[in-house]
Design a protein around this ligand. Structure first.
Ligand code: ZN
Length: 161
């Protein structure tokens, strides 16, 4: 009786070429070679998507590497793949700005999202509320992982004793 997952989807508009390319050839999928600075494993019960994102920072505190693993629909996988490229080289604050822009685009808020680059290919998802959770899952992994890291750092302060 539920309409979830049964919306008629226009494949031409939703599954654009960029999305399919990232789905078929996922970038940065796998494990970090070092212990991540932060990371998070999340599940989207609505669709069954399951993603873990791990992030490493360089000496300057910029995002040196983003790796992800998981399984799910093409939207969730393509978003994780594109995000892993987009976040590399950014500071955590820049990553948060990008995250806010991405969430805004997913909510269908008016604005230009040129800063998101290739990720703009996912803008059509905003018309399909059920799929928004798919597109934002990897981003929530980064957001929550980052938050947990900040909480640990704020509590610790071991370096300053
Ligand atoms: Zn999904």
């Amino acid at each position: 009786m539920s309409l979830e997952g049964q919306h008629p989807v226009n494949l031409n508009t939703l599954y654009q070429q960029v999305i399919l390319d990232h789905y078929k050839k996922p970038r940065n999928k796998g494990e970090l070679l070092v212990d991540p600075v932060f990371g998070k494993h999340l599940h989207n019960p609505t669709c069954g998507d399951d993603i873990e994102v791990t992030v490493n920072l360089d000496a300057e505190g910029k995002i040196a590497d983003v790796k992800w693993n998981g399984r799910g629909c093409s939207i969730s996988m393509a978003s994780a793949s594109m995000m892993s490229i987009a976040l590399r080289g950014r500071t955590p604050d820049e990553a948060k700005t990008m995250m806010t822009a991405f969430y805004g685009m997913m909510k269908g808020e008016a604005g230009t999202y040129k800063s998101l680059g290739e990720l703009q290919a996912l803008s059509g998802v905003s018309k399909f509320p059920v799929r928004i959770k798919c597109a934002t899952l990897a981003w929530h992994c980064v957001e929550e992982g980052m938050k947990e890291r900040e909480e640990i750092d704020n509590k610790g302060g071991s370096a300053n004793g």
